[in-house]
Design a protein around this ligand. Structure first.
Ligand code: ADP
Ligand code: ADP
Length: 231
């Protein structure tokens, strides 16, 4: 599903150039659950932004479902992104002025789904995340764990093939964190590919494979459980 080869990303500020991603290569198969780990500053967020088509690399190749997307302009990236990729962030990134229902509905508005179908799909996913009873509440009225369940609902309401998660349990206590990890594991079991950045060895154990990074490069890879492609 994803194949990056010799991926590069530089940042230039005044005279200083930072190499955030340095000739990074790896593949992620459809249906896999992969963790990306490494110290602060090693390039994990930059990598997720590129994989999520929020940002464009300076060099190398990025094949998304067989299509070369490195060099795509923002319009083409946005179009691919909104139909194929769901994001889950450490800080939830819900819109405070919108209700739970409206937050989860947003991706469906962006992709042009009609109101009646939007309602049906939002309710279905809120049921699945066990947050339906909170649909009229606003994010600030919810606990951290509930907010992240809403964020996961928003990420999956368009049935994306790929979920990108950036420290999804970083702001949660361990019991809420485990609940969110269980949700991600269930999503993965139904075929959604997941790439998760994490500092938590505990959370990484939910995945099939850990890619460890240092200074924009891959240093090692640990296989945790055998990934078998679903028939
Ligand atoms: P991580 O997510 O692993 O902490 P990042 O991808 O945020 O790492 O950062 C990788 C490197 O790129 C760091 O040296 C960071 O300071 C630098 N960097 C990230 N974003 C920017 C930016 N917008 N401008 C300049 N340098 C940046
Ligand atoms: P952190 O890991 O430092 O808490 P986030 O995961 O919240 O940061 O955000 C990572 C990056 O994604 C940021 O550069 C941010 O601007 C961008 N971003 C956050 N939310 C969205 C969104 N809903 N749509 C598109 N980009 C986003």
């Amino acid at each position: 599903m994803i194949k990056i080869t010799d991926l590069e990303k530089f940042y230039r500020t005044e005279e200083v150039q930072t190499i955030a991603i340095n000739k990074l290569s790896f593949e992620v198969k459809e249906g896999e659950f992969v963790s990306v780990m490494g110290p602060s500053g090693c390039g994990k967020s930059t990598l997720l932004n590129i994989l999520g088509l929020l940002d464009d690399p300076n060099g190398g190749s990025y094949l998304f479902n067989g299509t070369e997307v490195a060099g795509f302009n923002e319009r083409k990236r946005a179009n691919l992104r909104k139909h194929n990729i769901g994001f889950v962030f450490q800080s939830f990134n819900l819109i405070d002025e919108l209700s739970v229902f409206e937050n989860v509905e947003l991706p469906l508005i962006y992709t042009g789904v009609k109101a009646a179908e939007r309602k049906e799909r939002v309710h279905e996913v809120l049921e699945k995340m066990q947050i339906m009873h909170r649909r009229k509440h606003f994010p600030q009225q919810l606990s951290g764990g509930q907010q992240q369940r809403v964020a996961v609902a928003r990420a999956v309401v368009n049935n994306p093939k790929l979920i990108l998660a950036d420290e999804p349990t970083g702001n949660l206590d361990s019991s809420n964190g485990n609940e969110v990890m269980d949700l991600l594991t269930e999503l993965n079991a139904t075929g959604t590919t997941i790439i998760m950045v994490t500092h938590s060895e505990h959370d990484a154990k939910y995945s099939h494979r850990i890619i460890r990074m240092l200074d924009g490069q891959k240093v090692t890879e640990n296989i945790l459980s055998e990934f078998k492609k679903r028939p």
